[in-house]
Design a protein around this ligand. Sequence first.
Ligand code: SF4
Length: 313
Amino acid sequence: MYKETTLTEYFNQKPINPNINKIRVKSILNKHEKRDSWFLENYTLNPYSGCSFNCLYCYIRGSHYGGDKTHEISIKSNAAEVLLRQLKLRVKNKEYGIIAIASSTEPYPKIEEELKLTRELLEIIARFKFPVSILTKSSLVLRDMDILKKINENAIIPDDLKPQLRGGAIISFSFSTPDDDIAKIFEPNAPSPKERLETMQKFRKEGFKVGINYMPVLPFLADSEKKIEKMIVLAKNYGADYILTAGLTLFGEGKNDCKTVYYNTLQEHFPDLLEPTKRLFGKMFYPNPKYQRELTERANRLCKKYEIKNKII
Ligand code: SF4
């Protein structure tokens, strides 16, 4: 029997920050119809709703996510017991597959230092031998190296992926720019790109499959030949096995929506880029298809030049 959750103990013992909501969920592990061809996961798991890193381009900012979630983080307080129940059932049916943590928000927001919710869920996953794919901007993931090593060594990996993975844990770091000064403007509360690279390198040295999700690439700030090359060279130098690239999306017209916030930030810091960026998006939430095609071609060509994969496998 799994010990009553450490989170429950936490809630009983300490007053919790009133800005943090506790929500109870019926399900924490969501299964895809089939494995995602890009990220390789069969399941997604999000310990938190909302995020404290406050990236100005983030889609959880504004109406697209049903309200601005950048100032409001919610903890799925019964996550451990629900995951335990769901994994038992998946094991019974032999439905092993990679679990993506987290797919829609950050798995290591600031509050995780104290709450250890993601850590608690990883412990359960390790016990049931499921493989994981972590995507983060945070160096706090280093704290969980011990559990991730167990997952890397012991997880049951789908047969067709075995030859191409280094173990049962894939650790990816997300970037919108390789430049610390630009990141400071657009990702004010997130660890710097340099810190992310150093964290990735530590995982690589421990034998994990690691890489970079260069997404969203900031238009005109991080998408040139020179900037993509810089990101790829850094990725190589810090041990990345792969680099995935995709453009920016911007939603909404309301004052808290990420499109508005992003445009206001350009106006303040890079006024010359405001009109070109507006033209790129028009009324759409993604840049025009020609831009996207050229961005992909540029990234693929440079990946080939530097002999780094543009896919996880
Ligand atoms: S770290 Fe990810 S989830 Fe958090 S604000 Fe930034 S883009 Fe959004």
